[in-house]
Design a binder for this molecule. Sequence first.
Ligand code: GMT
Length: 380
Amino acid sequence: MKIGITCYPTYGGSGAVATELGIALAARGHEVHFITYQQPFRLPSFLPRVWFHEVDVGRYPLFEYPPYDLALAVRMHEVVRDHQLDILHCHYAIPHATSAWIAREMLREGAGDVKVVTTLHGTDITIVGQERSFYTITRFSIERSDSVTAVSDYLRDETYRAFGCVGCNVEVIHNFIDPTTFDRALHRFPIPADVIGGRKVLMHISNFRPVKRVRDVVRAYAKMNERVASVLVMVGDGPDRVEAEAEARDLGVSDGVLFLGKIDAIAELLAGADLFLLTSDKESFGLSALEALASGVPVLGYRAGGLPEVVTDGVTGSLHAVGDVDGMAAAGIALLTDPVRWQVMSDAAASDARRRFSQDSIVAQYEALYERTLAAIPAK
Ligand code: GMT
């Protein structure tokens, strides 16, 4: 098949999933065309059967807000036409699914066609898509897609609840990991031993947006550190990083918190972690948590959104009510002070991630969906 993929190319779970999917599809013999405004951050510069088509928005002075969605639609139209793509797979509904709908309408004017598959990732449904300015176009774009997937049961149900989504069938296809990458036995932890100083390593990876509640990560760390000498490694960047830094200062634990910024070599970092913390109040899936589990790192988090579909409470990690920092810290202390229990949970995490979320089986689900979509009678 010839597949176009559009995603947000910068740091973030939806771009990571879209890029890993494209790479895996190309490895399985498909032709893959990334159509984005920048080279996706996880995409190497050259791979067989993989193309990158940059979207140029231009900079006309009249445009205070350059119309990216239109430039994207034009580029999608060109790439589908010039490379005879079968599928346009949009990751994150806004504006990608809308642009794909425009591109498909333009193609039909010229007697061409393409099938549009939209994968809902999270805040396109739970936050941004429900804002007044985007609600109707989000719903329209979902309903006009030929196929729609969501990354968890939670997100599928939330899509039906919030949007109704007349006549569409939202199929759940989870995030996945490459088990040959996220394996703690394969990597050397890049932070020098003298920086860690024999302490336990707690880790958080995110884009530091409000939904992640990064202050809670620092609070839980401060409590655990009172009982178990540890460092907190914060990976990523975003609007609430300053909040996390302030919290660490206020709690007097700044010396133990390392803010590394945006780093691509996640598997290497996870290979040295003892616990992973994800404190979002609305995480549709939690790709970073899955990558941690696959790396044998038990996850502490909140019983919210799709995280309970990823982390099995008491088996591969520990889940708590949103805001229950004390409960999370107590669970962390219990694990870190019991090496036998930690090892059992670490092993369970790595094997459960491989069993349920391995790249091969999930990518095959996308392939099967593309085939069904191509075989379906056009109705939209
Ligand atoms: O919805 C977002 O915030 C965007 C997206 C991203 O680019 O970071 O994250 C979402 O997609 C990931 C991949 O499917 C999921 O694993 C994340 O849980 C999800 N983030 C949220 O729901 C907050």
